[in-house]
Design a protein around this ligand. Sequence first.
Ligand code: SER
Length: 904
Amino acid sequence: MKTAEVRQRFVDHFVRHGHEVVPGAPLPFDDPNLLFINAGMVQFVPYFTGQLEPPWSRATSVQKCVRTQDIEEVGKTTRHGTFFQMNGNFSFGDYFKEEAIAMAWELATKPIGEGGYGLDGERIWATVYLDDDEAIDIWRRVVGLPSERIVRRGMADNFWSMTVPGPCGPCSELYYDRGAAYGTEGGPAVDEDRYMEFWNLVFMQNERGAGPAKEGYEILGELPRKNIDTGMGLERMATLLQGVDNLYEIDETRPVLDRAAQLAGKRYGGESGPSAAESAPDDVRLRVIADHVRTGLMLVADGVTPSNEGRGYVLRRILRRAVRSARMLGGEFTDGSVLPQLLPVARDAMAPSYPELATDYDRIAMIAYGEEDAFRRTLASGTTILDVAVREAQQDKRPALSGERAFTLHDTYGFPIDLTIEMAAEAGLSVDQEEFRRLMAEQRQRAKADARSKKSGVASTAAYRELREHGPTIFTGYETLETESRVRGIIRKDELIEVAGPGETVEVVLDATSFYAESGGQIADEGTIVVPGSGSETRLRVLDVQRPIKGLIVHRVHVESGELRTGSEAVAQVDPEWRLSARQAHSGTHVVHAALREVLGPSALQSGSYNKPGYLRLDFAWSKSLDERTRTDIEETANRALRRDLPVAVRYMPLSQAREEGALALFGETYDAEVRVVEIGGAWSRELCGGTHVSHSSQVGALAVTGESSVGAGVRRIEAYVGLDAIKFLANERALVSALSDLVKVPPAELPDRIESMITRLRNAERELDRLRAGQVLQQAGPLAQRASDVAGVQLVTELVPAGVAVNDLRALAVNVRDRLEKSRPAAVLLASAADDRLSFVATVNPAGVAAGRSAGDLVKVLAQALGARGGGKADVAQGAGGKPADAQAGFDAVRQALLGAAS
Ligand code: SER
């Protein structure tokens, strides 16, 4: 049975049992504790904790998950994959243990012809938490599972939490006995290869506190309701139903593995057989490739781009490990590209379940292939650094490369340690891995401390949560700019307070507000909140508006006058001018996005945006810079759309319908089941968006593109002014051009030619001037040479030449004079020139002088000392600066004395 079918049967089964199908969330989920979604329940946490009211009491989903803690184990054991899919059914205070167990059993064992998975019930085992007699009773009574196949296990195995504070509960897991070929008899506690876990049923009823990840943490209490969270490993079930050994061999991953083996000229399982405990290195590499290529594909598809930190780093590491493993396999990978060969195979294998992989492939490919290119460059520069380190170690006769070098290569050049070890070994060297590991551990420690400090921000949301319990803030800002409301709470430094006085800056939550909180790239509204009081009116200036937790709008305000009290009346007043400009900017962003896609094609998809009154910028997937013509084209297309006066319409609809209608969504954003779709000119621009917009495109006024630049691999940024600011920008440019035209005295159209020719003439004139000056200086060389006198057997010339000779010219002159002196005898020339009452000086000694032990460097030092200046250099030429022109002669005398002294 194909994986897509396993997935569909799951969903159908739970729909039959009254569950709502909820789309899985994007992998990069907005949770400070998580890099990526790692379980199906993650998007439902607020429903379990009671923070939000669930829209349904039963739900089912298929969730993409990425876990990378065990990345080093991928391929070595066959249980670890970095990407997997979790099918889940969830109950929010609806059914509990008995129905959850019965429904799981039904689907697992129902014959294939009747829509089930047709597993042999005799081979299924269940585990339960130590004291969960209720679950044991259900397994026996409802399912008829014999006691021998029900195993009690401890907290580490059978009490599930997200490893951080949040919902948790005892669980019961289903295992399938794959038979003697896979290992020892005795149940899951004995051998988890033979007994493969395929489904975890969590009885989500408690809340956990901080503490160790899996075991020994504090249980804070009960959740408001008893819930169910189950997770069936889609790949595990596919493995069982396809009769293959492991998740690298199912229909969604095996094609990549096969193609890689073919290109490398290797046979998978050829050396050791896939289930051997010690797999052959090439088999491990093939599995790493199959896993990582797919994970990379899914991450890029969900909007992650490679970078050096956080999520981007995980992606970078995964893609590079895939490329690296392929190169180590050899064959066509030795010099050929890897991802362009394998990523399309992964796409074709996954597209039946994720059609966007095919439609969005151009963008995905651009980013992934770009990363492979970057890695090749890294390999090239890292190799040079490694070569230097190897040479140094060999010269110093050290048997190993230092761990520090290996760490720098890893940390700065992204050079994997196994590569360093291998390449060092080729040169007969080992690597100090202990030191390397110590440095890595130190770095991890730093990263953890960093994460902890970030988490403390999460703790401070307690005050927000308390306010949120009274319901969501009602946002009235789409309809009106002024809203009468009530002060629900005031927060100062994370604490709820009753009163705030003049001059204070605090956070305020109202029951309803017209203020737009920063989101979707649009910055927060500006304006005031007033409290109509008996005496002096209380006025608050709104500095910022955010939505720190779902459903709660928080204003950061400065109390300008009066006193603010919790519970009092308040009127939220958004500055209308501000809002109009904000609407222009946000609609302008959609127009530019649509224009980009019209000119460049649909792969130029927005990855982020920012807009504020008068200005917008938009980041989009594209790998080349845009030439002038393309930029003008985009600008014109956008302005034509404004002139066409396209209607702007807002519609609410289910997420699935929005997707069907081709509405563009931002990667990495989570959307509710019902979404807001903003259209400009119908399908011309259709985006999921919560922002505020004009009602006709002409109201944007004008758009002026001001720049285009790179903001990372495969991502470009376009910037523009909107409305009056666009006009002002253009007016400024015009004023600049006319000022230049007045200055240069040609009409604007002739400016570029004229300025170019002026620059050329200026450059030529400067060159000519340099040549003349140098020639003039050198004319003094002859007369100077004639002034040489003999001092202690050295032909010596010392001279303060006319002021203003640059030091380069002075040096050329000194050397020229020196070379005119007799070559067979020692000669020394010292010249000085003044500029701004300060000397530059140069000394030079001919080869005969150097051979006789004279040194220009020494002479300059003597001169510098006498002048109170600084200087130095080599035996043949040296120079210095400082000292007064009036002291030059005294300085030369000191040099003369030194020569005489040294000779006597
Ligand atoms: N949350 C549980 C798990 O991840 C079951 O869905 O295993």
